[in-house]
Write a protein that binds this ligand. Structure first.
Ligand code: FMN
Length: 188
């Protein structure tokens, strides 16, 4: 069965809840592993679909200074974490042709915040730099305040996004889904 890896970071638990729902959606058709970025593997030899998610901090991916800021606003499972998806992606080697997608959580208000940007765009840039193939539009999920909770319906939407992502990845005409990574890498 095709193996998907979901890597996330989360200060207050909202992105973790979304990541769990995304993994549940993926698991309807794929074998899924869900890991927090600080514990994510340094290599992806057996991964055939990579999904990366983070909370939006200052219009982009969290960085050490914004994580420190977050700690002033509340507590949660990721408050105090030193490494997140930005640091994990920076250490990952090239992943040519690896199917991938990004998701983020964003504040619901003010609405203009999300027009400016979100962590998903930065994650997509990081994935593209590694050579990943973005197989689906990024997922964006709303939180009602800085520390949450998630807006109503977002967990169901996250699970549906995960399910759709699995479908889009398996529908790629150029790849034999379930083949090994070396078979998937053009020219190898
Ligand atoms: C330091 C900091 C900066 C933030 N900046 C933004 C922002 O630019 N845009 C936005 O929509 N939300 C912003 N937020 C709200 C976060 O998106 C929200 O805290 C997050 O989605 C909660 O997810 P988590 O529980 O997984 O940490 C910010 C939050 C913090 C703590």
């Amino acid at each position: 069965m095709t193996r998907a890896l979901v890597v996330y970071e989360s200060m207050f638990g909202n992105t973790r809840a979304v990541a769990t729902a995304v993994a549940e959606g993926l698991a309807r058709t794929l074998e899924v592993r869900l890991v927090e970025a600080g514990a994510a593997p340094p290599t992806l030899d057996d991964v055939e679909l990579l999904v990366v998610g983070a909370p939006t901090h200052a219009f982009g991916m969290p960085r050490p200074s914004t994580r420190a800021d977050a700690a002033k606003h509340g507590t949660g499972p990721g408050v105090g974490a030193e490494r997140g998806v930005r640091e994990w992606l920076a250490r990952l080697g090239p992943q040519p042709g690896l199917p991938a997608s990004a998701f983020s959580t964003l504040a619901e208000k003010p609405a203009w915040l999300s027009v400016i940007g979100g962590a998903g765009r930065g994650i997509e840039t990081g994935l593209t730099r590694l050579g990943c193939d973005l197989v689906a539009p990024q997922g964006r999920f709303r939180v009602q305040g800085m520390t949450g909770p998630l807006a109503p319906g977002e967990l169901a939407r996250a699970a549906a996004w995960g399910e759709e992502l699995a479908r889009l990845a398996s529908g790629r005409p150029w790849r034999a889904f379930g083949a090994t990574r070396s078979e998937l890498t053009p020219g190898s």
